[in-house]
Design a binder for this molecule. Structure first.
Ligand code: NDP
Length: 281
């Protein structure tokens, strides 16, 4: 079994970006990311802090907008509109989750497609489906990059994606399809899940249930990508895959933490730099 060390690949990507940003700054291009957070979700604070650190490391300017829990949809949209118009801001990210009284999809729709570095605006989702150049959402994009970095062939492979969320499962399936995998998507209504996961050459799991994928659900020699981030009662992190037992059967597997998570941030940084370059063409 080979460990897919997302943390190392992400570091390599961040170092390349750092050099690229030095050169962009010589041309007076200063990439800048604005992050909007609404309410007080603890995990979101950690994610945003990590994004801020990555920006600092690479030399990307970072601006954080913390809106109170009781923010109205109109106030949120007004802020997005304002940031859309600010020339020096290249990327806008709305950190999820946001409070239940707000409609996140409506908000994603308002982020200008040119600044939509998370790739959640329907225009960018549509471009991904059409196989056009776009901002690919960061977690699936990072997973493709890590597979490529380890020279794992995707074309012709049977890829099974467990989970169909708009932010992970669906774009992941599309990315794998764009790379010529044969893709099966599973979800909570899927019958005989194990019989399907057992056919996977590449198994991507994004459901948010600790150690849900067990040894008997995985084909010997499979490549297993664990997107899940679950906090145990002791405060540790673990994935959706029972790593200890499943890893013995796999050819490659991502650890949690240190696998997909760091890649997600690295690809966000990649998208911000791409946005800055495109807006300054
Ligand atoms: P969601 O809760 O939005 O979606 C979960 C998906 O899993 C749904 O499609 C659901 O099916 C499916 N599902 C739930 N239970 C089962 C089951 N028993 N069998 C099969 N499918 C099931 O989660 P996200 O996609 O947002 O996130 C998934 C996990 O990934 C979480 O742990 C999250 O923290 C983590 N994550 C990690 C990131 C990273 O950078 N590493 C980035 C984003 C997320 P249905 O649609 O039918 O309800």
């Amino acid at each position: 079994m080979i460990l897919l060390e997302g943390k190392k690949v992400a570091q390599k990507i961040k170092d390349e970006l750092k050099n690229e940003v030095i050169k962009l700054k010589e041309e007076e291009i200063n990439p800048k990311l604005a992050v909007i957070m609404v309410g007080n979700d603890n995990a979101s604070h950690i994610y945003v802090r990590n994004k801020n650190r990555a920006c600092e490391y690479i030399g990307i300017d970072f601006e954080e907008y913390l809106l109170p829990e009781e923010t109205s949809q109109e106030e949120l949209i007004d802020l997005i509109d304002k940031l859309n118009k600010e020339k020096e801001i290249n990327g806008i990210l709305l950190q999820s989750p946001i409070p239940n009284h707000l409609d996140i999809n409506e908000a994603f729709k308002k982020i200008s497609p040119e600044k939509d570095v998370d790739g959640f605006n329907p225009v960018n989702v549509g471009k991904l489906v059409l196989g056009q150049d776009t901002f690919i959402s960061c977690t699936p994009y990072g997973i493709i990059k890590i597979l490529e970095d380890y020279n794992i062939e995707i074309e012709g492979k049977h890829a099974v994606v467990v989970g169909r969320s708009n932010i992970v499962g669906k774009p992941m399936s599309q990315c794998l399809l764009n790379k010529n995998a044969t893709v099966t998507i599973c979800h909570s209504k899927t019958k005989n899940l194990s019989s399907i996961t057992n056919q996977a050459d590449i198994l991507v799991v994004a459901i948010g249930k600790s150690k849900f994928i067990t040894e008997d659900m995985v084909k010997p020699g499979a490549v297993v990508i664990d997107v899940g981030i679950n906090r145990t009662e002791e405060g540790n992190l673990n994935g959706d895959v029972d790593f200890e037992n499943v890893s013995k059967k796999t050819s490659y597997i991502t650890p949690v933490p240190g696998g997909v998570g760091p890649m997600t941030i690295a690809m966000l940084m990649t998208n911000v730099v791409k946005a800055a370059k495109e807006q300054n063409k």
